[in-house]
Write a protein that binds this ligand. Structure first.
Ligand code: NAD
Length: 261
């Protein structure tokens, strides 16, 4: 339990990759603040299960990642109720699929706010807490789309390329403070985010569900396998180790070979 005594915030952790991160951190003894939307009873069940894992504290905060004041309040609450923010995983994200000339302006604004600007606001609030302890781990869930593009995902690709640049900048700024800042860039991970974009892709490209899965999603992934949320979480856990203290400003692909092509 190498994270006993450490406190973590994982945004967008009521589902998918974020929930896998929270489970992995709690299993190593960290107190965890989970965040995201969803059914209140289901969230409480997950929160209680995290706490039961190791006895470390688990809290839920409903902060909306498109609202800077709610983000700052969540970080302040973690500092007060968990005793600090040693580990910050900025992971909340949404997707919308449409060509640029039909892309709804409010979807562009929401994706940029949630997938990119929230990470800036989180870092801005948490970095002073980490500097005070001369230790910190910041991990951002970017995407293969932080490195390459796909059609019809203008906002998502722009936000994820932005995350890659923001992560590198932050890494340079805090390099002498014992804080590392890295991206993990998964390919297609089987989560609700991927599941939910299948109907739109079926519509925009005129394909069946099976064609979207095999010919669009896994077409990009040479392994022809979805990445598993637990595999992403295992890499994040490694980045939290002292063995990873020299890894900063990196963008780790976990995409079944997608960006090697
Ligand atoms: P998901 O839909 O399962 O989970 C997204 C989480 O973000 C949920 O907990 C949701 O409630 C939360 N969320 C959404 N809007 C929010 C808001 N305004 N404020 C707070 N929380 C909010 O998706 P996922 O696949 O687990 O995605 C997690 C991250 O991984 C995202 O940043 C996504 O872009 C990235 N990613 C996913 C894949 C994939 O294939 N699934 C691949 C690469 C990167």
């Amino acid at each position: 339990m190498f994270l006993k005594g450490k406190s973590a915030i994982v945004t967008g952790s009521t589902s998918g990759i974020g929930l896998a991160y929270a489970k992995a951190l709690a299993a190593e003894g960290a107190s965890v603040m989970i965040n995201g939307f969803g059914d209140a009873a289901a969230i409480e069940t997950e929160r209680a299960a995290l706490e039961a894992t190791t006895g470390a504290k688990a809290l839920y905060d409903a902060a909306d990642m498109s609202k800077p004041d709610q983000i700052a309040a969540m970080v302040a609450r973690a500092a007060q109720e968990l005793g600090g923010v040693d580990i910050l995983i900025s992971n909340a994200g949404i997707q919308h699929v449409a060509p640029i000339d039909e892309f709804p302006i409010e979807k562009w604004d929401a994706i940029l706010a949630i997938n990119l600007s929230s990470t800036f606001h989180l870092m801005r609030a948490a970095i002073p807490l980490m500097k005070a302890r001369n230790w910190g781990r910041i991990i951002t869930t970017a995407s293969a789309h932080s490195l390459v593009a796909s059609p019809n995902k203008a906002a998502y690709v722009a936000a994820k390329h932005g995350i890659a640049g923001l992560t590198k900048t932050a890494a340079l700024e805090v390099a002498t403070h014992g804080i590392t800042v890295n991206c993990i860039s998964p390919g297609y991970v089987w989560t609700p985010l991927v599941e939910n974009q299948i109907p739109d892709t079926m519509k925009t490209r005129g394909l069946t569900r099976e064609q979207v899965i095999n010919d669009v999603l896994l077409d990009a992934q040479p392994t022809k396998q979805f990445v598993q949320p637990e595999q992403v979480a295992a890499l994040a856990l490694f980045l939290c180790r002292d063995d990873a203290a020299a890894i900063t400003g990196a963008n780790y692909s976990m995409d079944g070979g997608w960006t090697a092509a």
